[in-house]
Write a protein that binds this ligand. Structure first.
Ligand code: PLP
Length: 340
């Protein structure tokens, strides 16, 4: 991915928030030539900073006002969209005798973070006026809140904005950060990067998929990370629940009534894995269907589900499942080097 994008003049920040900055994976990315590592939590930035990776650390979420000291101490650059935060970062950087890099995030339609285009010049002016801050560039983030796709129109807008700012203030901005893994289909489809020379990639590097349609990216593995669960019950059971049915802890509403009189029996396995460990909707394995999940149990059926107690079942994970699995203290991480 790094080499592919380099041919289009684009550098990659590896975004490790879904794996909580796991050093074993982050080191692999650094060895593969990522420009920097991006994280949304200061705690992960701090632990990565102790790893001495030799690449810049980028805080990809706007700093909390209460954490600006920690941000300037450990992150080379942060993404920003609030004047009050810029002033606080500048004061903290001044106290620590450092210059903190600022990437100003621009709102281009997905309605998560970002400065409205009409307010961008004023924010640039403010950043340039704070000597302990270094304005490294502008960026945008699409796809994450409303699933807005990066396309030639919004990407050209970002290029137009950076050129306009450079002309207006007589400066040269190093980074034009076009977005995240959701930008890859646009680029692969022949999109013209224009001034865009940087992407922040998490899902593509971890799961080999682009997030908008979950399509596998050619040449990448979609099973570099798998979740393994152990079978704790395996029985032939009726396929329909019986008794009066109401809500469950995890379902949004009452279960639909099942009036069918027939009760075919089928093999079902119960796995020691639940909502506490992974988003069940994001688990997949060919031939296996997930019948239901609660905090600590996952019920599966399917052709290959003649699973015996003690057997292991592997799943591929969506981004949300991966995030939750990495956050669960009950999921252990095992690293297998080379072909598994
Ligand atoms: C999470 C995040 C990314 C990475 O997104 P992926 O879809 O995982 O590539 C990039 N930029 C920002 C600001 C993010 O929050």
């Amino acid at each position: 991915m790094v080499d592919r994008l380099a041919r289009q003049g684009i550098k990659v920040t590896g975004v490790s928030k879904a794996i909580l900055g796991l050093p074993q994976i982050v080191r692999t990315w650094v060895a593969a030539g990522v420009h920097s590592i991006g994280e949304s939590r200061i705690e992960s930035i701090e632990s990565l900073s102790r790893c001495e990776l030799g690449v810049p650390l980028l805080l990809i979420r706007s700093p909390m006002l209460s954490q600006v000291d920690r941000v300037v101490a450990h992150a080379a650059i942060s993404c920003n969209s609030e004047a009050v935060v810029l002033r606080a970062l500048a004061a903290a950087a001044h106290c620590q005798g450092v210059r903190h890099g600022v990437l100003l995030m621009v709102e281009l339609g997905d309605l998560r973070e970002g400065i409205l285009v009409a307010d961008l010049e004023a924010m640039v002016l403010l950043t340039l006026a704070l000597p302990s801050l270094l304005l490294v560039g502008i960026g945008t983030n699409l796809g994450c809140q409303n699933g807005v796709a990066p396309d030639q129109s919004n990407m050209s807008e970002l290029s137009r904005l950076i050129k306009a700012l450079e002309g207006r203030f007589g400066i040269r901005l190093e980074w034009c950060s076009g977005g995240n893994s959701a930008n890859l289909p646009w680029l692969a489809g022949g999109g013209d990067p224009g001034r865009i020379n940087h992407l922040r990639l998490g899902e593509a590097l971890l799961l080999g998929r682009e997030p908008l349609t979950r399509t596998a990216i050619p040449g990448l593995y979609t099973d570099a990370i798998t979740l393994v669960a152990e079978v704790i019950e395996s029985k032939c059971k009726p396929t329909r629940a019986w008794g009066t049915r109401h809500c469950t802890s995890f379902a949004k509403g009452p279960a639909a009534p099942q009036k069918q009189p027939d009760q075919p029996m089928a093999m079902r396995a119960l796995l020691a894995l639940g909502e506490q460990d992974a988003d069940p909707a994001g688990l997949s394995c060919p031939g296996i269907s997930i019948e239901g999940a609660s905090s600590d149990h996952l019920v599966v059926s399917g052709a290959e589900s003649a699973l015996a107690v003690g057997d292991e079942q592997r799943f591929q994970l969506s981004y949300s499942s991966l995030l939750r699995a990495m956050t669960s203290p009950f999921v252990s991480r095992c690293f297998i080097e080379g072909p598994a």
